[in-house]
Design a protein around this ligand. Structure first.
Ligand code: HEC
Length: 125
């Protein structure tokens, strides 16, 4: 009986520990993108059936410049170019960054997660 309890305790402790390590593992840029962006964006380079413009090849791209996607005037005329600082400003609060834009969106990620996602996204060809 004692032996049995001992086993039970050890396996409980181990399974709790396993749970903790899973939760402590940070999500990758790709996982964060899937959670927070993929409902509206694709990673292609041409307009598709998604709500937002495609986000492939974003690094150094002029904002509002994918041919055939109907951007808001705010984004099209922003003069912005996509880099880590502009992307982080945009994602932190799109409406404050460029008033009257059409990305109706509140970012659910922490600043640290947003940065990880941004670095991953800007490496996508
Ligand atoms: C609810 C839908 C929605 C979600 C979710 C969303 N976006 Fe957008 N996004 C849009 C729309 C719509 C636009 C076009 C805005 C405009 O024309 O003003 C846009 C525009 C953009 C642009 C400008 C692209 C360009 O060609 O200039 C970037 C960059 C962007 N989104 C990144 C993201 C990222 C990264 C995420 C996830 C963290 C995200 N968006 C989540 C709808 C969304």
């Amino acid at each position: 009986m004692n032996q049995c309890l001992r086993h039970l305790t050890i396996s409980l402790v181990l399974s709790c520990f396993a749970n903790l390590t899973v939760q402590a593992n940070p999500l990758t840029g790709k996982q964060l993108y899937d959670i927070a962006c993929s409902a509206c964006h694709s990673l292609g380079q041409t307009p598709d059936h998604h709500i937002g413009p495609p986000l492939g090849g974003l690094l150094n791209r002029q904002a509002g410049a994918v041919e055939g996607y109907r951007y808001s005037e705010a984004l099209r005329d922003s003069g912005w170019r996509w880099s880590l600082p502009t992307l982080l400003a945009w994602l932190a609060e799109p409406d404050a960054a460029l008033p009257n834009n059409a990305m109706n969106y509140v970012n659910p990620l922490t600043a640290e997660e947003t940065q990880r996602l941004g670095e991953w996204l800007l490496r996508k060809p």
